[in-house]
Design a protein. Structure first.
Length: 255
């Protein structure tokens, strides 16, 4: 069945922020403005986020060592052991068969019930039922919260996957479009006073000094690159040195 690959965004709509979901947008859905900039629909965690900061997804897994309920091929609602879960905590996330019978199978989660009697019911999207029957002897599953459903400012350890760049102030628990490819301003963490002009000083990396900022190194050599490997977020566009803790324009490459 055909479906749109992108939501068409008019200029200005990429700045939409809402305390409730807009229309039928799914977390992680892509939107595009006519200039080719691409955005991803996200939701902030319980903490607000400033403009021009890179964000990461808090995809927290729950692991069930061995399932306690067997399910047949084609089943679209399954039972998983999990405590302290509220309704739809995992909506938009994924269930993965981690080991045993059916290992490698993955399903997008449409909805889940709250914990009752130590278990929850997880429903997949129509047509996405189990391809391999579950076995109570060896099927192990993990369930993950949505990658774009509780985003936070990228921490300074540089270990988590950056999923987008904020284009405005995002209140706590609000939905918004995060830039993932194209031109946008970001807060700079500059390595030195004269940084950003030379060809080898154009790469934007995760900052290990200031949460959510984009790091621009000063004359990185091979040793520094290997020792400080981190996710590349894009490229600095301007042809002059940058200033620490100020916004600069970059071409973001997170797709």
């Amino acid at each position: 069945m055909a479906f749109p690959n992108y939501v068409g965004l008019e200029y200005g709509e990429q700045h939409d922020v809402s305390s409730t979901n807009i229309g039928n947008l799914e977390l992680g859905m892509l939107g595009m403005t006519r200039d080719g900039n691409i955005y991803r629909w996200c939701k902030a965690s319980g903490t607000g986020i400033a403009a021009g900061l890179f964000v990461v997804g808090e995809s927290v897994p729950v692991h069930e060592s061995t399932v306690t309920v067997a399910h047949a091929v084609g089943t679209e609602t399954v039972t998983v052991t999990a405590s302290g879960v509220t309704a739809d905590d995992y909506a938009g996330g994924y269930l993965v068969v981690q080991a045993g019978t059916g290992a490698g199978e993955i399903h997008r989660i449409k909805s889940n019930t709250a914990t009752s009697g130590g278990t929850i019911q997880i429903t997949f999207h129509a047509g996405d039922g189990l391809k391999v029957a579950w076995s109570t002897s060896d099927t192990d599953v993990d369930i993950f919260t949505p990658l774009h459903g509780s985003v936070v400012i990228a921490p300074v350890d540089g270990r988590q996957l950056v999923v987008g760049l904020t284009q405005g102030i995002i209140p706590a628990s609000n939905y918004f479009w995060a830039l993932v490819q194209g031109v946008g301003p970001f807060m700079v963490d500059a390595a030195g006073a004269a940084t950003g002009l030379e060809l080898d000083e154009k790469a934007i990396k995760q900052s290990l000094n200031h949460a959510g900022q984009g790091f621009i190194d000063a004359a990185p050599d091979a040793t520094k690159i290997l020792a400080g490997f981190r996710q590349q977020l894009g490229y600095l566009l301007q042809e002059e040195d940058v200033v620490d803790n100020e916004m600069e324009l970059g071409y973001i490459t997170l797709l």
